[in-house]
Write a protein that binds this ligand. Structure first.
Ligand code: ZN
Length: 312
């Protein structure tokens, strides 16, 4: 596996029924880092004239790159149509969208081999392979959250105008139903774990939910491509532990969250760096000291405990 930063690692190819796409040239980890052509707050400003003025401010080359992107909204408002089709949010909480000359060519898969992330520190979008990729394999990201297939497929249809026929959606119905049940269970557990009153009053139950969620994730993503989900799961487990004063488990969970973040966002993402700080000093978290139920200092559990032993 190599750690390149960009353009020698893939090539743009025509993909049957999908227009263009990106295809890996070799087995890769980090695929691409790219700065936006421009950003726009679509809630405040998605009218044709505002997109036109953004595009006019670009160099001729970049204008051509923008207009070469796909447009799902045929009609006279071509510029805003291209923006609506291709814009990626600048971070999970952000309403601001950005368009990119190359990243916007990457197609969707419901069981993707790559993860896209906005890095606030470098003001760029990164694409990381979340599992080993072979030369010739198409680079794919998820356009929608990894939800159960019914909601996911409806959203893909309404927002992006296609009926998904990815490797997951093409499974036989019996297999698809099992995947559906697992993804629904992951959503249920995620909501239960995020419930603030349970975090404080029923931490043992919340941690048991984390353990079940880790198991279901492993079943649903057997090839290990679930690092974005794992990063958030282990951060939740960290928060439960540190809220009740268990520094040892908190640090071990933070380490797992950190390793998952490295895979999907890289070492230099602000979220990865934050997890590293919490791993080294869990007591800096704002929840530390709320409860002393599980008071245990960091060195009370031997470091490096892993796998089954640690889970127990
Ligand atoms: Zn699909």
């Amino acid at each position: 596996m190599s750690f390149g930063t960009g353009f020698d690692l893939f090539e743009v190819q025509s993909i049957p029924e999908k227009g263009k796409g990106l295809v890996a040239r070799s087995n890769i980890a980090k695929v691409l880092i790219e700065k936006p052509l421009f950003t726009l707050d679509p809630e405040a400003d998605l009218v044709e004239s505002s997109v036109v003025s953004k595009v006019k401010a670009l160099s001729k080359d970049k204008q051509r790159q923008f207009l070469a992107l796909h447009n799902n909204f045929p009609g006279k408002n071509v510029f805003s149509g291209v923006f609506r089709t291709n814009a990626l949010p600048c971070g999970p909480e952000s309403v601001v969208g950005a368009v990119y000359p190359t990243i916007c060519l990457i197609n969707h898969c419901c069981d993707p081999n790559s993860h896209n992330n906005w890095n606030n520190k470098t003001s760029s979008e990164t694409i990381h392979a979340v599992r080993d990729m072979k030369a010739g394999e198409e680079i794919m990201i998820p356009y929608a959250k990894q939800e159960a297939s019914f909601t996911r497929r409806a959203l893909l249809k309404s927002s992006f105008g296609f009926d998904c026929s990815c490797s997951l959606c093409s499974l036989p119905v019996s297999e698809l139903k099992k995947s559906e049940a697992r993804r629904l269970r992951i959503e249920e557990l995620d909501q239960a774990i995020g419930e603030p009153s349970r975090l404080v009053n029923a931490p043992t139950k919340a941690l048991a939910d984390c353990q079940e969620m880790a198991r279901v994730i492993e079943e649903e993503f057997p090839n290990g491509s679930a690092s974005p989900l794992e990063a958030s799961l282990y951060y939740d487990a960290f928060q439960i532990s540190i809220t009740h004063g268990d520094e040892a488990r908190a640090s071990a969970f933070a380490e797992r969250a950190y390793r998952a973040r490295v895979i999907c966002e890289g070492e230099d993402s602000p979220e990865t760096e934050n997890m590293e700080r919490l791993m080294n000093k869990p007591t800096i978290h704002r929840n530390y000291g709320i409860s002393k139920r599980w008071r245990m200092t960091k060195n009370m559990v031997s470091k490096g405990l892993d796998g089954k032993e640690f889970d127990e």
